[in-house]
Design a binder for this molecule. Structure first.
Ligand SMILES: NC(=O)c1ccc[n+]([C@@H]2O[C@H](COP(=O)([O-])OP(=O)(O)OC[C@H]3O[C@@H](n4cnc5c(N)ncnc54)[C@H](OP(=O)(O)O)[C@@H]3O)[C@@H](O)[C@H]2O)c1
Length: 233
């Protein structure tokens, strides 16, 4: 069945690779971001997630009038934020929380029950979901929170499949302007292919780490519709 797929943070990097795949597979895809990507065949909607929570809510409502009947939400938006907790100012903390948690929560809240078929949700977190880092306190917190959001909503029978994918370093614009060596990082298309593969098949919930050196996938948990574990080994 061909689907309407909303990819938030689909204008670059991993999200753009996912958009390319789903367009080529015949789905109707809308990507959001602040910069329009050079990709034919997708609807682009500008969505600038700032520290202004109420403006973000309004932008989401407006977005959902322009792309409707959404079967699948793929939440990929995120940005690099370095600094100890005292080095990050109020606006930076609020922006990270809005990008990493407020926007996905509001989207799922608004999209649940809009179609007769349950909403499928794919959430991209990070190794920072499970690795505490002194220099990424709020980023770690929102990625851990996003993972828990996925694990919690899957208990809701009106929600469809939920995939939580936690990748390690990927060679994308995420690292632009940093001194980080990206040469050994994962390739965005490889990670996108891994996420597509992880999302297929019968399950209600899946949580997987996508690791590097060597590039590999480690499925942490898979649950069936009754929330019983499925052995994925
Ligand atoms: N790269 C890595 O090493 C790595 C590792 C683990 C997890 N991740 C996670 O993977 C996801 C994808 O990252 P990526 O590597 O593909 O980076 P990317 O190329 O920089 O893509 C990030 C996406 O998020 C959007 N975005 C960021 N901040 C935004 C804001 N304030 N408002 C609206 N949209 C915003 C960007 O839109 P615009 O560019 O149009 O503004 C872009 O579409 C992120 O959630 C990131 O945390 C990345």
């Amino acid at each position: 069945m061909k689907k309407n797929i909303l990819i938030v943070g689909g204008s670059s990097g991993l999200g753009l690779e996912l958009a390319k795949y789903y367009v080529s597979d015949g789905h109707t895809v809308c990507v959001t971001g602040r910069r329009k990507p050079a990709l034919n065949g997708v609807q682009f909607e500008s969505l600038d997630i700032t520290d202004d929570s109420s403006a973000v809510s309004d932008s989401i409502d407006s977005l959902l009038t322009r792309f409707t009947r959404i079967n699948t939400l793929i939440y990929v938006a995120g940005f690099r934020q370095r600094g100890t907790i005292d080095e990050i100012d109020d606006a930076a903390i609020a922006t990270m929380i809005n990008v990493g948690l407020q926007t996905p929560a509001l989207l799922i809240q608004r999209l649940k029950n809009t179609l007769p078929t349950p909403l499928k949700v794919m959430l991209v977190t990070s190794s920072s979901q499970y690795t505490p880092r002194e220099n990424e306190p709020v980023y770690c917190a929102v990625k851990a929170g996003l993972g828990m959001l996925g694990a919690a909503i899957v208990r809701d029978k009106a929600i469809g499949k939920v995939l939580v994918a936690a990748p390690s370093g990927i060679n994308t614009n995420f690292w632009a302007g940093s001194n980080e060596d990206t040469s050994t990082m994962l390739d965005a298309k490889w990670v996108s292919d891994a996420i597509v593969e992880l999302s297929s098949g019968a399950f209600k919930y899946k949580y997987a780490k996508i690791l590097r050196n060597p590039a590999r996938i480690e499925i942490q948990e898979t649950l069936d519709n009754d929330l019983n574990p499925i052995n994925s080994m």
